[in-house]
Design a protein around this ligand. Structure first.
Ligand SMILES: [Zn+2]
Length: 413
């Protein structure tokens, strides 16, 4: 559909711009450097012929492709984020292009002996013969989610240049700060004006997701009583032992390392303690809303049980909800998932529909009134130096976007 070199050039022009976000910052975007790419995207959207190109004070970039059919078609949208994770450097990204991949080790950095090997990352083997873009082993790549932006931009350009392909009105949005969980926070759903949208932010080719975790964090505070150890009999209360009792009372197998698919978990992410006070930090995850609530109650119940052995409430738990499973918002409009599946099949991709063991911006957007499943962007090994993306996967994703536009118009004929 599109020229391969064109897609490579476009992708490289994005990943060479450092757009790392920063969770410590309270502004939006969280880092000034995100403006560099945001402004470039504005220019490019205008150049390819998009309409109503806007950028707001928080660097959200939006644009429209007007309908070219006379009948009413729901407005659909495509969304990607331009920031990269704070977990790994995105400065001076120096991509390498491996053409006609032979299925063997890829040396990312000879000097530092950093190898991208199919022995460890066996997903690589499905891309034999493809063109793979990797890092030089010192930074991340930024395919998360500049691959998504590349695909949306490429698809829009293609639709502008091929007016014989019929479609309704399409909206696109590029957002800052997804990687710090705020990509949807300042998203103006009303201004966007789409009936539904898709984030182009999944991984492997074929991925289609409309279920994610319900998520909360819990801070468990255990109070002890510090007394001189030599005179402590019947007086000292060591908060660390009580914390240990609490930890051990939770089901040991319901942890990230023992669960998969739709199984939820408690994850103890940190312990900080001394005799006087111990703080435990947990995250709670479950796809099922009922099970999720039960997990939160279980923590409170176990705490009261332990407290009942003492004459005061030694344990207090503060639980904060983080995000919810978008499934309840998408299921009533399942045709939007069906359309995405049909679009994939129409371009010979086998859809891989599975629950996300995490969250997406689309989940937040779904609860803000914009149902928003997630489609593959093609990259692998996000957030680190082994990140890579096959160019052909980006091409296919762009084709899926074009097909989705076409099929949506057809469905409402
Ligand atoms: Zn992403």
């Amino acid at each position: 559909m599109t020229n391969k070199q064109h897609i490579i050039d476009r992708f490289l022009s994005y990943v060479r711009i450092d757009t790392q976000s920063d969770p410590e910052s309270t502004s939006t975007p969280s880092t000034m450097k995100q403006w560099d790419l945001a402004n470039k995207l504005v220019d490019e959207l205008k150049v390819i012929g998009m309409q109503d190109v806007t950028i707001d004070e928080h660097a959200y970039v939006m644009a429209s492709l007007p309908a070219n059919v006379p009948h009413e078609v729901p407005v659909i949208g495509f969304v990607s984020h331009f920031d990269t994770t704070p977990d790994f450097s995105g400065t001076n990204v120096n991509p390498q292009i491996v053409e006609n991949y032979d299925g063997k080790d890829i040396v990312l950095n000879k000097e530092k002996n950093i190898i991208l090997s199919p022995e460890y990352f066996d997903d690589l083997l499905q891309y034999k013969g493809k063109t793979i873009i990797t890092t030089d082993g010192t930074t991340l790549l930024g395919a998360d989610d500049k691959a998504g932006i590349t695909e949306i931009m490429t698809a829009m350009e293609y639709l502008v240049n091929n007016p014989d392909i019929l479609h309704g009105k399409i909206r696109v949005c590029f957002t800052p700060d997804e990687e710090i969980g705020r990509g949807a926070h300042k998203f103006d759903v009303e201004k966007f004006g789409a009936e539904w949208a898709y984030t182009m932010d999944g991984s492997q080719i074929g991925e289609l997701e409309y279920e994610n975790f319900n998520a909360a964090r819990a801070v468990v505070k255990v109070e002890g009583k510090s007394v001189h150890p030599g005179y402590a009999k019947d007086k000292m209360v060591n908060s660390m032992y009580i914390a240990q009792d609490f930890i051990n009372s939770l089901p040991r197998m319901e942890t990230p390392e023992h669960t998969e698919d739709r199984q939820g978990f408690f994850h103890l992410s940190s312990i900080n303690g001394d005799v006087e006070e111990t703080i435990l930090e947990y995250i709670i995850r479950d796809h099922d809303l009922g099970h999720f609530q039960a997990r939160k109650e279980m923590m409170q119940d176990l705490a009261s049980e332990i407290c009942s052995q003492y004459d005061r409430d030694l344990i207090t738990i503060e639980i904060t909800d983080q995000y919810r499973n978008m499934r309840e918002k998408v299921e009533p409009v399942m045709h939007i998932v069906d359309l995405a599946r049909d679009a994939m099949e129409a371009v010979d991709i086998e859809p891989i529909i599975k629950p996300i063991r995490g969250g997406t911006d689309g989940a937040q957007l779904s609860f803000m009134g914009l149902p928003c499943p997630n489609i593959f962007a093609g990259g692998h090994n996000f957030h680190g130096k082994y990140e890579y993306v096959p160019v052909e996967s980006m091409q296919k994703a762009a084709e899926v976007i074009v097909k989705l536009a076409e099929l949506t118009a057809k469905k409402y004929e």
